[in-house]
Design a protein around this ligand. Structure first.
Ligand code: ATP
Ligand code: BTN
Length: 246
């Protein structure tokens, strides 16, 4: 019903990489790549995304963006909202959002989002939206460098990955359409309602420096508002930023 072609893979290096190859071989967006497992799943800033087969969701949606940077503004936040809605539908009421685009449950990461661009953002380009959700990942899984959780752990039951893929697709369709029609500002309040760190003391890493401040929330475009001692409020946006609790 969504009209998205689905490309299923038993195993691939990364669904984002596979999506890029499909795009370059002439497949027309929108389309979805879904894999049972990934051999080189990737996170932001070149990090590794642990991707054992048959336990989780590795999902990539490719969209054509024709209104350039304006169309992209706030997109990764909107994708976070969609994943959040899917997890709420799966029964995880406590799921919330960590700026810019991690989904947490019970204080630990349950899903991650990786957006990549192909083409010229000032002109016509494609956005490759990668989503990883920990569904039934074995609690004994080794090698993840941070506290994580899964749908199974949060609900106490093995979860249906088919249901979750459907929830993710339906929520993406809903939120992307609203974002395209009304822009991010119309979704900001909803994002804020699930902002898990608002009012908390945080450190923002920009790659070259670290800034400490109080998480105030988001501005109209989705930039992070930090209140910094001696400076007042400052806004930060961009893909390479990373927030930690103090
Ligand atoms: P931020 O993106 O804000 O810096 P982050 O610490 O979660 O937050 P990311 O680069 O977004 O960092 O995510 C990659 C990190 O996620 C990896 O360094 C790894 O520690 C962790 N990770 C890898 N696989 C998983 C997984 N399946 N579930 C949860 N976390 C994972
Ligand atoms: C992050 O939190 O750093 C982002 C993790 C994104 C993981 C997903 S899994 C599907 C897609 N393919 C990848 O290689 N990465 C994304």
């Amino acid at each position: 019903p969504l009209g998205w072609q689905l490309y299923l893979r038993e195993s691939t290096d990364s669904t984002n990489a596979e999506a890029l190859r499909l795009l370059q071989s002439g497949v027309a967006a929108p389309f979805v790549v879904l894999a049972e497992g990934q051999t080189h799943g990737r996170g932001r800033r070149g990090r590794v995304w642990t991707s054992p087969p048959a336990q989780n969701i590795y999902y990539t949606l490719v969209l054509k963006v024709s209104n350039g940077l304006q169309g992209l503004s706030g997109l990764s936040l909107v994708v976070g909202l969609a994943v959040l809605r899917a997890l709420h539908r799966a029964g995880i009421e406590s799921a919330g959002l960590k700026w810019p685009n991690d989904v947490y449950a019970g204080g630990r990461k349950i899903a991650g989002i990786l957006l990549e661009l192909n083409g010229d953002p000032a002109d016509v380009c494609h956005v490759i939206i990668g989503i990883g959700v920990n569904v039934n990942m074995a609690p004994s899984t080794q090698g993840i460098g941070q506290a994580w959780t899964s749908v199974r752990e949060q609900t106490g039951m093995l979860a249906s990955r088919d249901d979750l893929v459907r929830f993710v697709s339906e929520a993406l369709s809903h939120y992307l359409e609203r974002h395209a029609r009304e822009g991010f500002s119309s979704l900001r309040d909803e994002w804020e309602a699930h902002n898990i760190w608002r009012g908390r003391r945080c450190t923002l890493s920009t790659g070259t420096q670290q800034v400490k401040g109080l998480m105030k929330g988001l501005d109209e475009q989705g930039a992070l508002r930090l209140w910094i001692e001696g400076q007042g409020e400052r806004c930060f946006s961009g893909g390479e930023l990373s927030l930690r609790l103090d």
